[in-house]
Design a binder for this molecule. Structure first.
Ligand SMILES: C[S@@+](CC[C@H](N)C(=O)[O-])C[C@H]1O[C@@H](n2cnc3c(N)ncnc32)[C@H](O)[C@@H]1O
Length: 213
């Protein structure tokens, strides 16, 4: 899968690309490309944003800057999904992650300050996604959330089986995963459920089914 992120801080993604599962699939199942709006801006002095029409605080990411960045990368209007990261977008769910992970090519657009000129969302993006009902300072944490969530659904990203029985998965009926415990079996009088120490796989299985939330 090709995942392209347009940002003002490509270097900020270095940490993410060193972490599993992104690092595991990079170069095989995942080709992650980072584009800086500044590299293709048609404006002088690497300008990318401007004051809002109508006045008010903050700066707005310019439509001509984003159009130039997409033209430079794709030589025209991309046929694949182009997602603007915005608190005003539809809220991200695991179902959306699964759908995006099945695409061959996805582009993410990050903004900062006051956000996008609305014409970017209307005409250059095909979708707008929010990572939650709160406001972050820029779209790079949201973009990293998407890169991580998508990467872990790609083949080979996780050890066998660990991606299937997870919160929100079909296997758990969209519910939350059952609780996990590890050693010690008792700590400060807090005991691990006896069934999990029994070695009886059938009982463990049915205990886990009962404890899907
Ligand atoms: C400070 S925010 C802009 C907020 C915008 N003025 C508003 O009130 O809706 C700057 C940028 O951060 C990103 N961002 C902030 N919160 C986000 C969220 N919950 N989901 C996705 N992107 C977000 C978007 O790219 C946004 O354009």
């Amino acid at each position: 899968m090709q995942l392209d992120v347009f940002t003002l801080v490509p270097h900020a993604y270095a940490w993410l690309t060193e972490q599993r599962p992104v690092a595991t699939v990079l170069g095989s199942e995942l080709d992650l490309r980072l584009f800086s709006y500044r590299d293709s801006t048609p404006l002088r002095a690497a300008q990318v944003d401007d004051e809002p029409y109508g006045g008010g605080a903050g700066m707005v990411l310019r439509v001509d800057v984003v159009a130039a960045a997409l033209d430079a990368a794709y030589g025209g209007e991309p046929a694949h999904p182009v997602i603007a990261l915005s608190p005003q977008g539809r809220q991200l769910t695991q179902a959306t992650v699964e759908q995006l992970a099945s695409e061959r090519h996805v582009t993410l657009l990050s903004a900062r300050f006051e956000g996008f000129d609305e014409r970017i969302v209307e005409h250059l993006a095909s979708d707008a996604i929010s990572v939650g009902p709160y406001v972050l300072s820029n779209g790079d944490l949201p973009a990293m959330i998407l890169v991580d969530a998508i990467a872990r659904r790609l083949p080979g990203a996780l050890s066998e089986g660990s991606g299937e029985l997870e919160s929100f998965s079909d296997e758990l009926g969209g519910g939350l995963e059952y609780p996990h415990y590890t050693r010690p079996a008792e700590f400060r009088g807090w005991h691990v459920p006896e069934v999990l120490l029994s070695g009886d796989h059938a009982r463990i299985e049915s205990w886990r089914k009962e404890h899907v939330r």
